[in-house]
Design a protein around this ligand. Structure first.
Ligand SMILES: [Zn+2]
Length: 108
């Protein structure tokens, strides 16, 4: 059982870094990086990508397919209360602060 996955970045193997160089003289290649499977990364983007850049490349290349998994056809709304409260900034000036307070509507 392997303890890594290959980075899913579509251009990972095109980045000019020394750690990607493999092969013998005369037939060198840049190879996709391995991403170690660790408990630390859990099941996040870092479980499948070696870097933020590789994640961005993948997301930008496949954005239509990704959105098709859970398309947003309507706006979502979160019930809130808006409260104005007097406050003082770091210079000592008084102002009215707008506070947004979440409304608990029983798990809605
Ligand atoms: Zn990568």
């Amino acid at each position: 059982m392997s303890n890594f996955v290959w980075c899913h970045g579509p251009s990972c193997h095109k980045s000019h870094t020394q750690d990607r160089i493999r092969g013998v003289k005369g037939s060198k290649v840049l190879r996709t990086r391995k991403v170690p499977i660790t408990g630390f990364s859990g099941n996040t983007m870092y479980s499948y990508f070696c870097s933020q850049g590789c994640y961005n490349d993948f997301a930008n290349k496949h954005v239509r397919e990704v959105i098709a998994i859970a398309p947003r056809l309507e706006a979502l709304e979160t019930p809130i209360n808006v409260v104005k409260e007097p406050a003082r900034d770091w210079r000592g000036n008084d102002y009215m602060e707008t506070k947004i307070i979440a409304v608990d509507n029983n798990g809605g």
